[in-house]
Ligand binder design. Structure first.
Ligand code: CA
Length: 224
């Protein structure tokens, strides 16, 4: 699972970002100061850093320079001012991309996925980068195409996409998905999985995104 550090001193913005990224299968950690984030990065690393330019303790540009002395981790800037944009684009600060406040978290998430796909060294990206979940609309996009899913298919696939590699038993899936699990039989999960697989294959025949763990259950495939 990709780990993303959010460095942002406004809690409401940070919460918003965390919520959307978590719903799309990313692990996030939030820091309100640059120094705390930097120490965390040195100690535990990260796959990408979302970095607000205006922080209370250190300017985002300065922090990015410090990070660049240690690592090539992708950095996406959050900025509110056009003169900051000029600086990001014009100077050698070492950022990979930026979004301008106010922004939609969906837009941010799409940018992050694009950066991660670009920098993925192995050429095989984590499967959750291929999905976008729209919780409010019960809709999932796969490779930028909307899947035509039933209510149960939507729920099952959302669960799998949110935790790539985690294996869910049929019982567990039924508990999470059905309002009244006792009313349905075990086989129904298999049938729904079969339908989801078919719909994914219609969009991308060469990939098998859902892994069967014989006698155990199902997971979203993961590469890492
Ligand atoms: Ca700020």
């Amino acid at each position: 699972m990709y780990k993303i550090l959010i460095v942002e001193d406004e809690p409401a913005i940070a919460e918003n970002i965390s919520y959307v990224l978590n719903s799309e299968g990313f692990e996030t950690k939030w820091f309100a100061t640059g120094i705390d984030a930097f120490n965390e990065f040195l100690a535990n690393g990260s796959d990408l850093i979302i970095l607000d330019v205006g922080l209370p303790d250190i300017n985002g540009f300065e922090l990015c320079k410090k990070i660049r002395k240690e690592s090539n981790v992708p950095v996406l800037f959050l900025t509110a001012r056009s003169d900051e944009i000029d600086k990001i684009v014009g100077l050698e600060i070492g950022g990979d991309d930026y979004v301008v406040k106010p922004f939609s978290p969906r837009e941010l998430s799409a940018r992050i996925k694009a950066i991660l796909r670009r920098v993925d060294q192995k050429g095989e990206v984590e499967p959750n980068l291929l999905f976008q979940i729209f919780e409010d609309k019960n809709r999932i996009k796969y490779k930028d195409k909307t899947l035509d899913l039933s209510r149960y298919e939507f729920k099952i696939l959302s669960i799998l996409v949110k935790r790539p590699g985690s294996v869910y038993s049929r019982d567990k899936l039924m508990d999470l998905v059905w309002d009244d699990p006792l009313m349905s039989m075990d086989r129904t999960i298999d049938t729904h999985i079969k339908n989801i697989r078919k719909k994914l294959k219609e969009i991308e025949p060469s990939l098998d995104m859902i892994k069967t763990h014989r006698g155990v259950g199902y997971s979203l495939k993961e590469y890492k």
